[in-house]
Design a binder for this molecule. Structure first.
Ligand SMILES: NC(=O)c1ccc[n+]([C@@H]2O[C@H](COP(=O)([O-])OP(=O)(O)OC[C@H]3O[C@@H](n4cnc5c(N)ncnc54)[C@H](O)[C@@H]3O)[C@@H](O)[C@H]2O)c1
Length: 321
């Protein structure tokens, strides 16, 4: 019998990550694409480590493991992993802490620019032979000197502020867990009260985790108080914005537009009204899907497992359960 550690890779990762394991003396691995619970449960009892992308690892599944020591998230959010059972079984949970921030921050700028520059409208005017509409189209909006609120000032928030400063935006930060000194060091202004702050914003970008405090953080009550030209971007987690409220606010012209990379239910249900709303710009949870980021995540999710068993895992990769 092999004494190699078994790694179950749930959902394919970049080859660069797999390369770290090919012919490895200490590890063997299996990649599974079928993420049905029945398929995962048939493998979980035998594995020492799991690398997982977005599939759900319920408490029921985790409880079926016999020797699982580490769950290595390919990404940084871990709301798909049951924390209670991981904790009870003393399983280490890691994230690809250094991989995602640049890709997600660039995606936020991409959404912000697409919406403010009315990309679809201008692009289609030329492609459909209506070049001369240039004088009739509604004007685009500059980012320069506009107020943006970054809610959540962790890895991504701190990376995004640099891009916003590059566009000479006035950056405000809402994160009760980060000090004024740190925020000011990055050139931002700390705000204490979300409702007071959002009233003054031309743009808001969400970078908080999804939990009981942040679910529905952006709702109709708050949307009602925002500036009519405000653009909201959510590349964090679906559910932080109440989608029905957002749709209503957009239809009532309470805000200008929204960019969403994430949805409460993924893929979004067919009857999700936001799918038909011209004021939203959407992407299918792909903010981190740059070629470069996929390589970084693929390598880091595997390296975290290797480092864990070699007892040299960096603390910054471990989620405090
Ligand atoms: N769209 C994607 O593909 C994608 C990729 C990576 C990460 N994400 C998501 O982006 C978010 C941020 O990731 P990160 O790596 O920057 O995380 P992080 O843990 O480094 O930062 C999160 C920050 O949010 C703050 N925070 C927590 N609760 C808060 C609250 N109630 N109000 C205000 N601030 C609060 C924390 O203090 C922390 O500074 C997560 O939700 C993650 O799941 C999405």
């Amino acid at each position: 019998m092999s004494d190699k550690k078994k790694i179950l890779i749930i959902q394919p990762i970049h080859k660069a990550g797999i390369d770290l394991l090919e012919n490895h003396p200490k590890f063997e691995f299996e990649v599974i694409e079928n993420i049905d619970s029945e398929n995962i449960v048939s493998k979980i009892s035998e594995c020492d480590a799991i690398s997982i992308r977005t599939a759900k690892l319920s408490g029921e599944l985790i409880n079926k493991s016999n020797k699982l020591k580490i769950i290595s998230r390919h990404g940084v959010g871990y709301d798909n992993i049951d924390i209670e059972s991981s904790k009870k079984k003393n399983i280490t949970l890691t994230i690809t802490a250094t991989a995602n921030a640049v890709a997600v921050s660039e995606h936020v700028m991409f959404m912000l620019l697409n919406i403010s520059k009315r990309k679809d409208m201008y692009d289609s005017s030329v492609k459909s032979g209506r070049f001369s509409d240039r004088n009739k189209l509604p004007k685009t909006i500059e980012l320069w000197n506009k107020n943006i609120l970054i809610a959540g000032f962790g890895r991504i928030g701190q990376c995004l502020i640099k891009r916003c400063k590059g566009f000479e935006m006035n950056v405000f930060v809402y994160d009760p867990f980060v000090s004024k000194e740190i925020i000011e060091k990055f050139g931002g202004q700390k705000v204490e009260n979300l409702t007071d702050a959002t009233k003054k914003m031309d743009a808001i970008s969400l970078h908080v985790p999804l939990n009981k405090d942040t679910e529905g953080l952006i709702n109709y009550e708050l949307l009602k108080t925002m500036k009519k030209n405000c653009i909201i971007i959510n590349a964090a987690r679906g559910g932080i914005i109440n989608e029905i409220d957002l749709n209503k606010a957009l239809n009532e012209n309470l805000i200008f537009g929204a960019g969403l990379d994430v949805f409460k239910v993924e893929p979004p249900e067919e009857n999700n009204p936001l799918l038909k709303n011209d004021k939203v710009f959407l992407s299918p949870h792909t903010a981190a899907f740059t070629e470069e980021c996929m390589i970084r995540m693929g390598k880091e999710t595997i390296q975290n497992i290797i480092d864990f068993f070699d007892k040299r895992l960096d603390k910054s990769k471990i989620v405090k359960l």
